[in-house]
Ligand binder design. Sequence first.
Ligand SMILES: [Zn+2]
Length: 340
Amino acid sequence: MIIDCHGHYTTSPRQHEGWRNEQIEARTAGKPPPPRPTITDDEIRQSIEGGQLKVQRERGTDLTIFSPRAAGMGHHLGDATTSEAWASACNDLTRRVCSLFPKNFIGVAMLPQSARVSPKNCIAEINRCVNEYGFVGINLNPDPSGGHWQDPPLGDRYWYPVYEKMVEYDIPAMIHVSASCNPTHHTTGAHYLNGDTAGFNQLMNSSAFKDFPTIKFIIPHGGGAVPYHWGRYRGLAQDAKLGLLSELMLKNVFFDTCVYHLPGQELLAKVIPVDNILFASEMIGAVRGVDPETGHHYADTKRYIDRLPLSAEEKAKIFEGNARRVYGRLTATIEKQSAR
Ligand SMILES: [Zn+2]
């Protein structure tokens, strides 16, 4: 089985994002938000069959761990109340995709975060998404301000209410920012990779893994700059007397393969142990074009992994085994959803 651990519902029916605009406009005008729009099962089917499902079939993958559109989370917009209503609407829609295509999609929750609002307010949505919707993970935004970094670093106790829930439910968090509202940081070209890199570094300089020895984080987009600069982080850990970086981080931190060229994948697989790499493509995501050098989509990451000098067993870990290990509830959820 080939499990893509990083996909977003980027093709949702138009009225979903339309409602979001109306919700924010209403708040600005001091009015209550309009009722949520009607979205039919057929509209959802259409958006998936011509989109993510088609791409799964074309690229030969089986299952996508699926969450709401990351850039659309927009935690910097509105306040805690608007974030709550929007996260709920996004998670509801993601759940409907997983119900309509139970063999192809398993859900991960977006959280109702807001800058400088305690993430304690995310607990109810985590409970709902795990217990009622069967979701197997969360996306945690380390910078709900959208590029201004107004919250404490991820190692701070500020985040511990979420970490307690992650351990209780055995769900990992993908550290994933949303859109940037800071024009110096392009959303997918800079802010995403900054978020990945900063998130890793924040956890490295903290005692979070001493306090939560079984907690698991996935750093997306190939780990941002981390694998490329592994030597720098090893050296920083050494200078700060934090011990060996691999011992400090690799029981708790995993990297996905959303790296859009072969040399990058080769570096990732050379630097990071196979046990810490999870297959992902983030389709249909930031980079949608075809690479003229290869004639294939940049985001068709399976092609790169297929070409890595690894054994079949090692590739099976990247494609399937590691995801089942990191997402503690995944295997049971696959069995449950396949039986439907
Ligand atoms: Zn993503």
